[in-house]
Design a protein around this ligand. Structure first.
Ligand SMILES: Nc1nc2c(ncn2[C@@H]2O[C@H](COP(=O)(O)OP(=O)(O)O)[C@@H](O)[C@H]2O)c(=O)[nH]1
Ligand SMILES: [Mg+2]
Length: 625
């Protein structure tokens, strides 16, 4: 077992002892702002580091290190250690927004309830926010247990309850053990190869430059990585990386980190921004979402209401569009759209809360690149689940777009490239190098193409096959998609491509009725004196086209035509002659074929072109002879 990063957060009503608890656990006072110290209340997020050895190690050997030892050295982490970033949130109702920025990235929460006060309004609000943001694991920490207690019934029976006093130290040791046990049972933070640092602080250090801090999710970062700040799209680079004050070469998901951004002015980045990789898409001002209101809430969300959205570490104004209802009530869920006042950068699968004076609703992003418009425009109208799988999203995308470029498919999602691949296979999509298409639609399109080609063979047997350009137009396919359709049509030998047409392998153009009669008459005329044929413009054009399609004639020069068999015979005679003579002039070959100059000149040029003969000044030789 290696070192695992976790974000452990606090939650709970103001003055219930959250910050005091963090200090008791880590030695660090999370209230860092002068105003916080003065007023004795948490206004913004506070941070501290806690290292615990998991229950895998022997209990007697459990080493619990807090911040720094006396000599300023940080002890080396051991196998099985938890490197925990503690995020302390404000409990006061004026600062719930700031609390939401912190709660967004918690793996596990220390839900603080003061023994002497019990459950209070922001206890309830924080619990709902945790639920909306999908923080599943928690510990109820009943603080101030040195004071007389009121009744408290934990609202979630699945979370352990630990009673502590930050003043006497009672229960703190047991809490550490409970934290270690809870984290040991928790899955490691997701690593989808899509790192995002959600910025919560920005500052400059003299001689170093702009530094951002935040929680890293979704993937790892390395020193030197090319980065981009979203939603502005400003390019930068990770000049150095830090984790809880120590410089490091790389950071893995779930870590609290600080990055020194190269060539980035301090005004270029702010809380709520996301530092990520350039290949992970860009921002969009419209996202499709699944919305819900907790059955515990007393709020409503109306269609077209302008609201505040807390997403990641930031907040944005947006108009909410409910697709098929006028309002959303407690206990209900629905699909809708958030139309932001400015573009935001988020992923499918991201959780958010909607809040005005109080927390109103929560939800999950389904499409981070949606289009404004009604239900029809949406790729996810049939989804009601708050937690769609990669297969759910892929299915919805393909059903709506039919064909999607693979490079862009669910890039802005919490799913790894491998998970998206697996989802494409799971839903039976047609997968090409560049795009993916709905599997059923693909089969259907192949069947339509096959039917059209067969019908043409039946209705117009004189035609060699279906012209490719017409087939492409009929199927309404782009070039890449059409090329892949042709591949599939021909792959099993069911059809063959022939320059500009596609046909059944056994199909031979066959004239019928009047055309058959004129074609037969033309063949007779061309066969009468095989090397002294009429000019093309003297032939019946329809009959000539048919013979051309049927590959029964060879056309050359400006206006000449021979039966294919006559041309082959001419080649044979010329070859034979040159074999005996070594070389021959134009007039000798004209004599040989008993033809005229009008035909002989372009005919021999054609043979040169087809590498039968080789022209050397006034004579011709056998190519390769
Ligand atoms: N008696 C007692 N008081 C506490 C305890 N923990 C915190 N306090 C006090 O409660 C007040 C609020 O604590 P604080 O940690 O700032 O609460 P927060 O708003 O939840 O962060 C402070 O005056 C603390 O000294 C405790 O365990 N016992
Ligand atoms: Mg506090």
């Amino acid at each position: 077992m290696s070192i695992r990063n976790f974000i452990l957060g606090t939650a709970g009503h103001v003055d219930h002892g959250k910050s005091a608890l963090v200090k008791a656990l880590t030695g660090t006072d999370p209230d860092r702002l002068p105003e916080e110290k003065e007023r004795g209340i948490t206004i913004d997020l506070g941070f501290a580091n806690l290292r615990l050895t998991g229950p895998v190690a022997a209990v007697s050997d459990r080493r619990i290190s807090e911040t720094e030892t006396a000599d300023g050295q940080r002890p080396q982490l051991q196998e099985g250690d938890f490197n925990i970033g503690i995020v302390d949130v404000p409990g006061h109702e004026d600062f719930v927004r700031n609390a939401a920025s912190g709660i967004a990235f918690m793996n596990t929460v220390l839900f603080v309830v003061a023994a002497n006060e019990g459950w209070m309004p922001q206890s309830e609000e924080h619990l709902q926010i945790l639920d909306y943001l999908d923080v599943l694991r928690g510990i109820f920490v009943v603080t101030k247990c040195d004071l007389p207690a009121v009744d408290f019934t934990p609202p979630r029976a699945d979370w352990p309850v630990v009673r502590v006093s930050a003043h006497t130290g009672e229960g703190i040791e047991q809490l550490r053990q409970t934290i270690a046990a809870t984290l040991a049972a928790a899955p490691p933070p997701d690593d989808a190869g899509k790192p995002r640092l959600h910025v919560d602080r920005v500052f400059t250090l003299k001689g170093i430059g702009t530094v951002v801090t935040g929680t890293l999710t979704g993937g790892s970062l390395k020193r030197g990585d090319k980065l981009v700040v979203q939603p502005t799209g400003t390019a930068t680079r990770a000049r150095s990386l830090h984790n809880h004050g120590r410089e490091t070469d790389s950071l893995s998901p779930g870590a609290r980190c600080a990055i020194n951004l190269a060539d980035m002015p301090i005004e270029g980045v702010r809380r709520g921004d996301v530092v990520t990789l350039p290949e992970l898409g860009g921002p969009c001002d419209t996202v499709d979402v699944a919305l819900r209101i907790s059955p515990r809430a007393k709020t409503k969300l109306k269609h077209n209401e302008v609201i505040n959205v807390s997403l990641g570490s930031g907040h944005w104004r947006a108009r909410v569009a409910l697709f098929d209802i006028k309002e959303l009530r407690p206990g209900e869920q629905a699909i809708g759209q958030l139309r932001f006042e400015a573009p935001v950068y988020c992923f499918a699968g991201d959780r958010f809360i909607i809040r005005e004076a109080t927390t109103i609703a929560g939800g999950v992003v389904l499409d981070a690149d949606a289009r404004r418009g009604g239900l029809k425009e949406s790729r996810v109208p049939s989804m009601t689940s708050g937690q769609p799988t990669a297969a759910d999203l892929v299915r919805a995308w393909l059903a709506h777009d039919c064909v999607v470029p693979r490079a862009a498919l669910l890039v802005k999602s919490r799913f790894s490239a491998a998970a998206v691949e697996a989802a494409l296979r799971e839903v039976g999509a047609k997968i090409s190098a560049v795009f993916a298409a709905d599997g059923a639609l693909w089969k259907n399109t192949l069947a339509r193409a096959a039917a059209a080609i067969d019908q043409l063979h039946r209705d117009k047997p004189e035609k060699p096959g279906f012209p490719l350009s017409e087939l492409q137009a009929m199927l309404g396919a782009g070039d890449e998609v059409f090329a892949e359709l042709l591949n599939d049509l021909c792959a099993g030998g069911q059809f063959v491509r022939d320059e500009t047409i596609i046909r059944r392998p056994a199909h031979k153009p066959k004239a019928t009725g009047q055309l058959n009669a004129t074609a037969e008459a033309l063949v007779k005329r061309l066969a009468a004196d095989p090397f002294n044929t009429p000019r093309r413009k003297e032939c019946d054009p329809q009959a000539l086209r048919y013979l051309r399609d049927a590959k029964l004639v060879t056309e050359f020069g400006d206006d000449e035509v021979l039966l294919k068999e006559s041309y082959d015979e001419a080649c044979r005679q010329v070859r034979e002659f040159l074999k005996q003579r070594g070389q021959a002039t134009m007039s000798e070959l004209r004599e040989l074929l008993k033809t005229n100059r009008r035909i002989a000149v372009p005919l021999l040029e054609r043979m040169d072109k087809e590498s039968v003969t080789l022209r050397a000044g006034d004579v011709r030789k056998l190519r390769g002879g």
